[in-house]
Design a protein around this ligand. Structure first.
Ligand code: G1P
Length: 287
């Protein structure tokens, strides 16, 4: 049984003004919130419980994942079977927990809040800004890879030198298909980056990470950084990097959000053909 932690407390300032009133994770990709796809990835990788680290400013996230008996009986009365099926599917995918991060103290702080709910089992962490397109999914690959090492894992992705300052970057050595990690640096500039292997926001940790998150001093940007705890974990207990070639889209900015929209539409059999035709017409009209 795996649990998944999904941090969603951030304010999403790169998508303002929309995110002034709608959480960025609730902006739709086709007809379901972006966050739904992250939850689906976790569930398909075997997660049965989802722990959202959220904010009191974002009640719509809870509203979406919790049952709404009033809406269900309305749809039942109207005979709208398909819609009823869709909304029940969301609430029955997994069991959901909501923990509030009262202050924006950093990603490490957010993950640390899940300690009691996670308990003694390994758990996934998925950062929902990152849409990672691959089959099997990156989370599924992490779960499979964990079965070989029984130690914490993080996905890693090769990035250009100029992009190292946007990610956690690992220092490690290749062992077989994996990298044995010695150190993780949060957003180093190109000159200081120990490699070009970046963290794209998918992790599978053993619960020992919580010991490393406790008593952690603020790191880069004055925040409690998950990457600092990962360095401690790597040095004391072992941490592996699993290279991924998944196509990555950062949905937290306007262009990325549009790309994600197109990708998700093209995955829908009923939309694919008419939408591609529309896009090709658009290209002709806007050469
Ligand atoms: C966070 C992490 C960083 C990771 C990135 C992936 O940064 O701190 O290590 O590489 O997510 O998206 P953020 O983008 O939230 O600043």
């Amino acid at each position: 049984m795996i649990k998944a932690v999904i941090p969603v407390a951030g304010r999403g300032t790169r998508l303002l003004p929309a995110t002034k009133s709608v959480p960025k994770e609730m902006l739709p990709l086709v007809d379901r919130p972006a966050l739904f796809y992250t939850v689906q990835e976790a569930v398909e990788a075997g997660a049965t419980e989802i722990i959202f680290i959220t904010s009191r400013h974002k009640p719509s996230i809870e509203h979406f994942f919790n049952p709404d008996p009033e809406l269900e009986s309305l749809l039942e009365k109207k005979g709208q079977e398909k819609a009823l099926h869709e909304i029940r599917k969301v609430t029955s995918l997994a069991s959901y927990h909501f923990i509030y991060q009262e202050e924006p103290l950093g990603l490490g702080h957010a993950v640390g809040l899940a300690k009691n709910l996670v308990g003694q089992n390994p758990f996934l962490v998925l950062l929902p800004d990152e849409l990672l397109l691959s089959a099997p999914s990156v989370s599924q690959s992490l779960v499979q890879s964990f079965q070989k090492t029984n130690q914490s894992q993080t996905a890693i992705m090769w990035v250009s030198r100029e992009d190292t300052s946007k990610y956690g970057i690992i220092e490690g050595e290749k062992r077989g298909d994996l990298f044995y990690i010695h150190n993780v640096v949060e957003k180093p500039c190109a000159e200081e980056a120990p490699s070009q292997w970046a963290l794209p926001g998918r992790y599978l940790f053993t619960p020992e990470i919580f010991d490393d998150l406790e008593n952690l001093s603020p790191g880069r940007g004055g925040e409690i950084q998950l990457t600092d705890a990962m360095t401690k974990l790597a040095q004391k207990r072992g941490l592996w990097g699993l290279p991924t070639t998944a196509r990555r889209i950062d949905t937290g900015n306007p262009l990325g959000y549009l790309k994600a929209q197109v990708e998700m539409a093209l995955q829908r059999p009923e939309l694919k053909e008419p939408f591609l035709k529309y896009l090709s017409d658009c290209q002709k009209r806007h050469p």
